[in-house]
Design a protein around this ligand. Structure first.
Ligand code: GLU
Length: 311
């Protein structure tokens, strides 16, 4: 890691040890049956610096379900494809509501508050799909993720896809509602097929931190040189992560951790340290808002020890 943080490996190792006392805290998501079977005592953390150096602890190499963290990557792809026109179909204000809430959509004419609540992410996926067959959209997202994570082995877990499809009544409602307002262009089942697949990508902390690194480095992958997005967009994506990345607990995360982040109900969190590093944590037990309980605790410790909070 950089010279200003010579002891990062020690910090991460200490966090790994300290989290031992908290393992099993929180509640594993059970509304998607395939996620409910994950061992709640798992914990992993990986930090990758913009200079390529890494520090990791625990189950950093164990794959988990990316879930809503995929929304960061589809937002990046859709902004590249559509530019600022995307913001005509989805807002960028915190919702203050749960991830799968439908209440605001009625008042706001089917335009979701932000791209990270489920409704917003479904619109982003529809924008990306742009009327093509779902299999094309799924392959495009998977290939983007593989390139970003620098691995050819990244794939979708078919069991999680069918589990989400079998229980996705709320997502079906959100999507149908938005189609009623004309804000979903492809058929509901096609958009949801892509959305469920993107949420079911299996990824490790190590791969996730690697995949998010371009956001810490002004839109450019510092390791392979890919220009993934412009620095302005990278800044804006990070801003939306800060304000909306944890649903109705985004304020809490900013308060305690002070880094742009995105959680997923699989128990993963991606956090960005602008100009310095990308961090991924995973522990399956969730707090009430659907953010990893031990994962958020570990990030709070990391931000305190490194003084990486942006505030
Ligand atoms: N696939 C999940 C859903 O749509 C994602 C939710 C999350 O990770 O917060 O219900």
């Amino acid at each position: 890691m950089t010279k200003s943080h010579p002891d990062l490996s020690d910090i991460v190792a200490t966090i790994g040890r300290d989290m031992g006392a908290h393992l099993g805290g929180g509640k594993v998501a059970d509304y998607i049956p395939a996620l409910a079977r994950v061992d709640p005592r798992r914990f992993g953390m990986a930090v990758i610096g913009c200079d390529g150096q890494t520090a990791e602890t625990g189950d950093a190499w164990m794959p988990f379900s990316i879930q809503s963290i995929s929304k960061v990557f589809t937002l990046t792809m859709a902004l590249e494809r559509l530019g600022d026109d995307l913001w005509k179909r989805v807002g960028r204000e915190p919702s203050g509501s749960r991830f799968n809430s439908i209440v605001q959509l009625e008042h706001e004419q089917g335009i979701p508050r932000n791209p990270f609540i489920n409704a917003g992410a479904i619109v982003v996926t529809d924008a990306l799909l742009a009327g093509r067959p779902p299999a094309e959209g799924v392959a495009e997202i998977r290939d983007f993720m593989r390139r970003r994570a620098d691995t050819e082995t990244l794939d979708v877990d078919p069991e999680v896809v069918s589990s989400e499809a079998a229980t996705g009544f709320r997502n079906q409602s959100l999507a149908s509602f938005m189609r009623g307002f004309g804000n979903l262009h492809s058929p509901v089942d096609e958009v949801l097929e892509v959305y469920f697949n993107q949420c079911a990508v299996r990824i490790t902390c190590r791969q996730l931190a690697r995949a998010g690194l371009f956001l810490a480095n002004a839109g450019k992958d510092p390791i392979n040189g890919d220009v993934v997005t412009t620095s302005k967009r990278a800044r804006r994506i990070a801003a939306v992560m800060m304000t909306c990345g944890h649903y109705d607990a985004s304020g809490e995360f900013a308060f305690h951790v002070g880094l742009p982040g995105k959680s997923g109900v699989g128990g993963g969190i991606l956090a960005i340290v602008p100009g310095k590093a990308a961090v991924a944590v995973w522990s399956p037990g969730l707090d009430e808002a659907g953010t990893s309980y031990v994962g958020a605790m570990a990030l709070k410790r990391l931000a305190a020890a490194t003084r990486w909070s942006v505030f």
